[in-house]
Each structure stands twice: as C-alpha cells, then as structure tokens.
Design a protein around this ligand. Structure first.
Ligand code: ADP
Ligand code: MG
Length: 657
C-alpha cells in the first residue's frame, strides 16, 4: 500500500539577493493516514519550510513529493491550488482571518474555490458549533479573543472535510489556557481519524502527538513514534486522488463570480471614503462626457434647425452690372435674369431639383393708422418649399394666384407686430405702396441673419411684384435647389455655363454671381464639430485621470491585502480567482462611479438647459458610451494590480508584513 505522503530527499534553498539560505537539505519522510505528527526544532531549523512543502504552499527545488503515490511537483500552480482546497486545511500561528468578514463568512470562504454550488452557511455553522463558537457567527474576528480566532481558523480548516490538517505553531500566539483548548480540539479531530501535521517548539504541545520529528539545520534528526504504525495501517484508506479534485471549475457556472461580486462590494463599502474619492475621477469623467455630449448634441440640433430654415443645398444667382477689376461698368453690361432663365435652370435635371425667381424691393405698408416700411419680396410658387417659408398661420399662394398676378400677401412676424399688434392679420387688407393686398398668411419666424431682420418682409407673387407693384420686367435673382450637397460645385459650373450661353456673355464678363449657401452651413457644422471634439477631449482626459486614480487605489489595496491574498491562495484560490476578484472590485468601483456620473451628467445638462437656457440633448448613445467606457477603464486600470496580486506565491504573500 502506498503511503499517504512521501518526501524523498527534498531540498529547499531561498535566495535573497546574493546570499542563499538552505532551509531544507535532504529531507525524506513518509506520513500514513491517521497520524498526528509534531515537528519540533529550534527557530530557523526549517520546520515551516517543511510544512509548506507538505501542504503544497511551496515546492522543493530538488527531491520528490508524492501524495497517494502521485507526483505532485509536476502539477501546475492551479492544480496544486485545487488539491489544497480538497485535501488540506491550514491553521496558522497568526490565524489569518479576513477582518472585514463575519466569522461565518470566514469559515465558509474555502467553499468559494471548491467549485461546488450552494452558500454552505449551515455547514459553516456546524463547524463553528464544533469549536464552540456558533453563538458568535455574526461577529467579526476583531471582536474575538486570540483563542477564539484560532478556533474559527480551525473551523475554516475543517469546512472542506480535508484529509490532512496542517498547523504551523497553532498555539504560538496563545496563553496556556487557550493553547490547551486548541490542542484538545486538534486531539479530538485526530481521534475522529484526521491526519494532523503540526509545527511547534513547545514540548508540552508536542506531547499531544503520536509521532515527534525533530529538525536541526534543515534535516530531520530524530523521528519517534509512540504507537505502532501498523495499527494505523489497518484503517482502510477510502481517499483517492480523483482527477476532478484538481480540475479547473468554471468561474461562471459554480457561482464563484457571484461570490466575488458580493465580496467586491463589501470591500468597496468597507473603505467608503477611499472608494468614494477614487470613484470621483470616473464620476467627474462620466458626468462631463454626458453633459458635454448633451451640450454638443443640443448645439448641433439648434444649428440644424437654423440650417433647415435657410433651405438646404441652395444656390442664389444674382444679376447685376459687370465689374471689371472691381469697377462697375456702364448700363450696357447688365445681366437681366428672366423667367426664361428660371425655366432653363429648372431643366438642368437631375442636377437641379427646383428653381424659383425672386424680385426684391421695398414698400410702404399701411394698415389702418399704422405705417411701416418693409422689404417686399416677389416669389414664384416653388420658393415656399425651397426656402422653408410656408406659413405656419394661414396658407401659401396657389399657383393660379401667381399666374393671375393677384394681390395676396404673406407677411413676416415683424410686420405683423408693427401693423397688427396682437390682432389676427389673416384676411385683413393692407396697402403696399397704396395698392390693396389681402393678407393670406404669416411667414415662419427666421430671426436675424447678420444685421438683417429676416422677419421684416412682405412676400407677394413674383408677377404681382414685377408688373403691378415695382414695375420691373426682370428678376432680381433666382434661387436654385441642387439635388445633392456633393453636387454643389458641379451645379455652379453648369448654371454659370448656361447663363453665359443664354445671355451671350463674353469671357471674363461676370455681370452675375452665384452664391453658395452651403458655405455658411459648412462653417456652422465645422464649428459644432470643433466644439464637440473639444468637449470630448476634456471628457476623455477626466476619464483617464479617473482611471489612474482607480489603478492607484487598487495597487494600494493589493499591497495592503497581500496577506489576504496569501490566505486565499492557501485555501485553494487559483490565479484566475484572485485576478477576477480584484478586477471585479475595480470594475465595481468604476461602474458605481459611472452610474453616479451618468445621473450627475444628466442633472448638469438639465440645469444648463433650465437656468442657462442652453440647448442640450441627452442622448442614449452618450449614456451607453460613458458606461461602457467606465467599465473598460475599470478593466484596463485594474488589470495590472490584479495581475500583480494573482502572481504572488502563497507563502510569500502570507509572510508579508
Ligand atoms: P522555522 O519554521 O523552523 O523557524 P523556517 O522554515 O521558517 O524555520 O526557515 C528556515 C530558514 O529559512 C531560516 O533561516 C529562514 O530565515 C529561512 N527562510 C525561510 N523562508 C524564507 C524566505 N522566504 N526567504 C528567505 N529565507 C527564508
Ligand atoms: Mg516557522
């Protein structure tokens, strides 16, 4: 029959810079199931080193270690972690309880890493009852005496029902009375059949054991048994090294992840002030992303509204006298645009969508006793849709009205105010230069374009304007709507060519001009783009700064909790478990910061729109973007500290001061 544990010529050398310490120099040992072994020896003789190797917390540099005949030194770090969780329970001199958790949570902690489902509270209670502490389950370790804390540690070592309990000076920090109690518990466990390997330097503690090893300078010098080992061998071993004992369980399936979530929030809450301060960076970053994007979007929407009111893809062609080198020429060189030009331009399909001729003039407008001088605009039928001036009150001209040169007028809001005050102008008769016009509509408000009040206008049919009111037989200009914004310059060229042809203009004669309204549009949209970019980069910088803050806190947290990491590894945490735990914590922090940031950002946008009157538009995109960003920040900046934590060796982490 194979021995339970078997060490053959094991060496362990520690390197500290240049110097080396040979802690173990050729230890061979077999341990049978059901033995109670005390390892004695003076301080520095290698007792703990031996125990760590037996408990798989450390690996030998040289020599073999077999558990139930299986070579365990060739196992990976994670497989060894799995074995520790299933086969070993640890009791340390310093207890190594997690201070922030209740003792019942401390006791069931190894179960997180077991791959088994369930909360194991009942199980933990049972183990606490076994050490006489079930009444204190909700207390934290700091509320317990040293002896009680060590009893909790024993309960924790028992929760996975391990085959071996490793105890490193379990009574080293306790007084005689408490020591005796702890030893009574250990003795009881041995009587139930547990194998116990205990390090101590006190002979009266070692007296509880059946077998005492004495070490000196890294070798075992004596090995005394009080009872015949063959009586132990009679006990039939039911323990086997099943492969699933150290198979990596799924983090998601066995509920480990939920456990990490709970612990992460516990740890965030335990350091409220610190967490809040480090969250603040993310909070400010996310809030500024939301608020600034809302501002940018609002400005864009307002801009678009304004652009729409100008009509889109618009070209304006104006006739006039030719200018050669800037000086106006005589009356002979004048291009007079006519309806024939409008028709010809409208036929430039598909480049041109619509064309409308206009006549500009001014007139004295009279209604009752009120008198107002305003600009008069004669328009053709399509002008209404092209320039977005279809009345919101009243109606646009019918095409027959334009053909029949009827005296209908649509007036701007400034004219309404000056002539009608608060009364309804629709259906009233006004005089324009002493001719009666019927008011059929009010043009939508446009505001100012430069110094020009766009609402101080009277719109009438172009024919009426030319032949009845202003006495002209040519147009002041033609508006052309181009089909696609990308075709503007192409359209300009085609129009220019057509007009030159029709009016037989010589080369260099530019007695007309074509103006492009997209220039204004471009300027406006590039302004909004610059603004969005500027706001966006401010937000990005705050997110970056926030992320660095989180990283800093996580690094502090890793250092501060090195011993906790060591303990978790000792009870079976794999690298990925430790990594995930710290990642969940940093992401939890950034998500909470991000969430409060989203709310703050929306609040700021509301305040800006309410009190400053700024146009804001909170978009779902911004919220999703900011949240995603805060999660990514958490992962990105948490990754390094999490890796750092996961890389720690269990013994070194446990030794950390
Ligand atoms: P004991 O438990 O018997 O007091 P240890 O096994 O802890 O002794 O240590 C044996 C020797 O190895 C000591 O000289 C100690 O200083 C050294 N040692 C133990 N662990 C380390 C380590 N991580 N790095 C360097 N030296 C170590
Ligand atoms: Mg020691």
């Amino acid at each position: 029959m194979k021995p339970m544990l078997e060490l053959v010529d094991v060496h362990r050398t520690y390197r500290i810079g240049e110097s080396t310490v040979q802690a173990l120099r050729g230890v061979s040992l077999t341990v049978e199931q059901g033995e109670f072994i005390a390892i004695m020896g003076s301080s520095g003789s290698g007792k703990s080193s031996l125990l760590h190797i037996l408990g798989l917390l450390d690996n030998p540099d040289k020599g073999e270690y077999r558990i139930l005949g299986k070579d365990v030194n060739i196992l990976s770090e994670d497989e060894q972690a799995g074995l520790r969780n299933h086969l070993a329970g640890f009791v340390f001199q310093q207890f190594h309880l997690l201070k922030r958790m209740s003792i019942v949570d401390n006791v069931r902690l190894p179960h997180i890493y077991s791959g088994l489902k369930g909360d194991f509270r009942q199980e933990a209670m049972k183990r606490l009852a076994q050490v006489g502490l079930d009444k204190r389950m909700d207390h934290t370790p700091s509320q317990l005496s040293g002896g009680e804390q060590q009893r909790v540690a024993i309960a924790r070592a028992l929760i996975r029902d391990p085959m071996i309990i490793f105890a490193d000076e379990p009574t080293g920090n306790l007084d005689t009375k408490n020591s005796r109690e702890i030893m009574k518990i250990l003795k009881g466990l041995h009587d139930e059949g547990k194998t116990i390997i205990m390090v101590t330097h006190e002979p009266d503690i070692a007296a509880y054991a059946d077998r005492v090893l004495t070490m000196c300078d890294g070798v075992i010098v004596t090995d005394e048994r009080k009872i015949d080992v063959r009586t132990l061998l009679v006990q039939d071993s039911t323990i086997t090294m099943e492969p699933q004992l150290f198979s990596p369980a799924s983090v998601w399936r066995d509920g480990r992840f939920a456990g990490f979530m709970a612990q992460a929030f516990q740890s965030i809450l335990a350091n409220k002030m610190r967490s809040l301060l480090s969250m603040l960076g993310i909070l400010v970053g996310v809030a500024s992303v939301i608020a600034m994007m809302a501002l940018g979007e609002g400005a864009k929407a307002a801009m678009q509204e304004q652009l729409k009111s100008m009509g889109s893809n618009m070209l304006s062609i104006r006739g006039g006298s030719a200018k050669i080198r800037g000086a106006a020429q005589g009356a002979g060189a004048v291009t007079r645009l006519t309806f024939a030009d409008v028709d010809a331009l409208a036929k430039l399909r598909p480049l041109v969508k619509n064309a409308a001729g206009v006549v500009n003039g001014s007139g004295q407008i009279v209604y009752g006793n009120n008198n107002w001088n305003s600009s008069v605009l004669g328009v053709s039928y399509d002008y209404g849709t092209m320039r977005a001036v279809l009345p919101s009150i009243g109606r646009w001209f019918a095409s027959e009205e334009i053909q029949r040169r009827e005296k209908s007028a649509i007036i701007g809001v400034t004219v309404v105010k000056e002539l009608f005050g608060n009364s309804n102008p629709i259906g009233k008769t006004i005089k324009i230069n002493r001719i009666n016009f019927n008011v059929i509509g009010v043009a939508p408000a446009k505001g100012f374009s430069g110094p020009q009040d766009e609402d101080d206008v009277v719109i009438i049919p172009v024919t009426t304007a030319m032949y009845r009111l202003l006495g002209r037989d040519y147009l002041s200009g033609i508006f052309v709507e181009v089909r696609e914004a990308s075709q503007m310059s192409e359209a300009k060229e085609a129009i220019s060519k057509l007009i030159r042809q029709k009016h037989k203009l010589k080369r260099g004669d530019d007695s007309f001009n074509i103006r492009d309204m997209t220039e204004i549009q471009k300027m406006l949209s590039s302004t909004t783009q610059t603004m969005s970019l500027l706001l966006g980069s401010i937000a990005a910088i705050s997110l970056l700064v926030g992320g660095i803050g989180i990283m800093n806190i996580m690094l502090v947290s890793v250092t501060e909790r090195t011993r906790e990491i060591g303990l978790r590894k000792a009870i079976g945490a794999r690298k990925s478990d430790i990594m995930l735990q710290f990642l969940v914590e940093s992401v939890g922090m950034t998500i909470s910061g991000g969430f409060i940031g989203v709310l703050t950002g929306i609040g700021i946008s509301l305040i800006l729109s309410l009190f400053a009157g700024w146009a804001v538009k909170t978009s779902l995109v911004a919220v999703v973007l900011a949240t995603t960003f805060s999660v990514l920040t958490g992962v990105f900046f948490g990754l390094w500290p999490a890796r750092k934590a996961a890389e720690l060796k269990p013994v070194e982490a446990l030794r950390h001061e």
